[in-house]
Ligand binder design. Sequence first.
Ligand SMILES: [Zn+2]
Length: 236
Amino acid sequence: MNKFDQAPVRKLLAVFAHPDDESFICGGTLAKYASEGVDITLVSATRGEMGRRMGNPPYLNRETMAAAREMELRQACASLGIRHLIFLNIRDKTVEFTDADRLTARIEDLIHQVDPDVVLTFHETLGGHPDHCAIGKATTAALRGTGHRGALYFITFGDAMERPERFGFTRGDITKVDVHAHLEAKLAAFRAHRCQTEIDEWVWLPDQEAMTRFGRHEYFMKGNREAAARLRHDLF
Ligand SMILES: [Zn+2]
């Protein structure tokens, strides 16, 4: 038995709002940690059935979209190496209107079940979409409520946090993960979310050309003391 076999399995819990949040925002990081043996559980609050993109040319409608997007998300999880997928079955674009205490309690239950080393979610005010902010707020409250030891990070968009001072943060608040070796998996996940990406011509260019659109790094804001104690380039 080698050292790797004896090490406890590291676990990551990602709690997001829509199918595609995981791939579009932090797919490289999820692929990287999955490739290192991290056991990843993805929670999607909704099935994204209110998405504005209906395929290109359009072939989905409000009735068929939830099932199509669920299937796409399952394919994206396979591309990224995510082993467990849980839906909270909340209607798309209504996360902010669900009972906050009940939502927080459901996420607390998941934290107890998964016992994660790392929790990823949206920042409750910088999430960029009401569903994102609502699920981020509930997840943050849940982790605090349980008193769990997991390190909390907020996902951020693109390379905005390359200069965190513009948002009132310092470099010490940011973890910058090098995902260069995992861009093929990220591209495969983008393509899995076909009804959302087939209108974006660059996604379907030859692989090497398409991957030039991705940054080398993904950025995370440290959300609690456990995260603050970690290195600046590694979530664990
Ligand atoms: Zn989203």
